[in-house]
Design a protein around this ligand. Structure first.
Ligand code: ADP
Ligand code: ASP
Ligand code: MG
Length: 405
């Protein structure tokens, strides 16, 4: 019998009515003789609501207690969904992360899954039950509740699929697959039949929130067949696969964007060995993650150093730079937290020249100034002013004809 792991995101379980609909869908799958393990998110908006409650008490609540709080969202959904299944005469059983034994490290709010104990689940499956697991949460080796970072239910589903050697992991969400870009921003965006792990990894890490990046990493590492589908309508969705020898390679698979960016510049520091580490060490000591880094070529004997961070870390990073600027003999420290990053992603880029220049020409034609650029083998990212985000994404989508198959 095929074992399928299905995951339903926040919108898909956003009301009692929707939860009942998910129950109906599960029963349909079950009747097609599937063993089912179902992972659910908190009802839509719930995780944000809990976060706001915590912030009313403390802007930086203690991480352990934040996890105790945030994990309650998913616990509500597992219970309601099991009630809906049982009411229909289908035996079901809910599991929290602790009850499954989703063992993680102790990095509260961004824990990583280390191991999954599946004995309990297997026993229930053998007895014909539908298993409903709370996403986004685990337990560390001391019994503390942990959470896996925003969007973490995707990772719970993929990790369970890997542990149980499921035949497929299906991520049901409010769009019917992975698109060439966020279909909520660009209505012309096209659903992709398939996308490679490598591309999906880039798309996810560059801001496409349709899958959490760790879920894609896991699926690639353990070769979990992964599919993104709509929970509201039937369809094939998007399959995430390995690159195949003779796979027709699209030049560009998609456009990702990230609104959570901010940049900081330290102007006129001496151009000498050690400067980069003197600037970035205190930043990383403060647990601030740095994304892009650019150092200008020195004109006189000084240079400018620019880097980007998550917008939430902007003030903290700025305070640090201001503190160290005197030691560094810097002329000034400047910053901008109204910037965004737009990225083109495609494995086909490897073998084609001219994509960067076309990207820059397209943005120039819209009078969009590029503030920073970074490239890798299969992506090109630019930083632009926040106000140009939509215009830039739409213009690029059109210029590269992504609406056409
Ligand atoms: P869920 O609550 O089901 O986990 P998410 O909101 O986390 O759903 O992810 C689905 C959303 O991801 C979509 O509604 C869409 O707005 C967004 N998204 C961003 N980029 C893409 C893309 N390339 N393809 C599809 N959806 C995307
Ligand atoms: N409820 C969590 C969040 O909103 C986890 C998830 O939905 O995947 O981020
Ligand atoms: Mg999500």
């Amino acid at each position: 019998m095929a074992l399928i792991v299905q995951k339903y995101g926040g919108t898909s379980v956003g009301s009692v009515d929707r939860i009942e609909k998910v129950a109906e869908k599960l029963i349909h799958s079950k009747q097609q003789a599937h063993d089912l393990v179902v992972v659910v998110s908190a009802m839509s908006g719930e995780t944000n609501r809990l976060m706001l409650l915590a912030n009313e008490i403390d802007a930086n609540p203690v991480p352990r207690e934040l996890d105790v709080l945030l994990s309650t969202g998913e616990q509500v959904t597992i219970a309601l969904l099991c009630m809906a299944l049982e009411k229909r005469g289908f035996p079901a059983r809910s599991y929290t992360g602790t009850q499954v034994q989703i063992l993680t490290d102790s990095a509260h709010n961004k824990a990583r899954i280390k191991d999954i104990g599946d004995a309990n689940i297997r026993q229930d499956l053998d007895q014909g039950r539908i298993i409903v697991v709370a996403g986004f949460q685990g337990v560390d080796d001391k019994g503390n509740i942990t959470t896996l970072g925003r969007g973490g239910s995707d990772t719970t589903a993929v990790a369970l699929a890997a542990a149980l050697q499921a035949d497929e992991c299906q991520i049901y969400t409010d769009v019917d697959g992975v698109y060439t870009t966020d279909p909520k921003m660009v209505p012309e965006a096209r659903r992709l039949e398939r996308v490679t792990f490598e591309e999906m990894l880039e798309l996810a890490s560059l801001g496409s929130k349709v899958l959490q990046i760790r879920a894609v990493e896991f699926a690639g590492k353990y070769n979990v067949p992964l599919r993104v589908l709509s929970s509201f309508e039937d369809g094939p969705g998007t399959l995430i696969t390995y690159e195949e020898e003779n796979m027709e390679e699209a030049l560009i698979s998609g456009i990702a964007f990230n609104r959570d960016e901010a940049k900081l510049t330290i102007v006129g520091v001496p151009d000498q060995p050690g400067i980069a580490s003197m600037i970035l060490e205190p930043i990383s000591d403060a647990n601030v993650e740095v994304d892009m880094i650019v150092q200008n070529i020195a004109a006189d004997s000084t240079t400018d150093f620019t880097f980007t961070v998550h917008r939430n870390d902007y003030t903290r990073a700025m305070d640090i730079l201001k503190k160290i600027s005197a030691d560094l003999q810097a002329r000034e420290v400047t910053g901008d937290n109204k910037i965004v990053k737009i990225s083109l992603v495609g494995v086909g880029m490897r073998s084609h020249a001219g994509i960067a220049s076309k990207m820059f020409r397209t943005l120039a034609a819209e009078a969009i100034n590029i503030r920073m650029i970074s490239t890798s083998e299969i992506k090109i990212s630019v930083v632009v002013d926040e106000k140009y985000l939509e215009l830039g994404v739409r213009a690029l989508h059109e210029a590269f004809e992504l609406e056409k198959a």
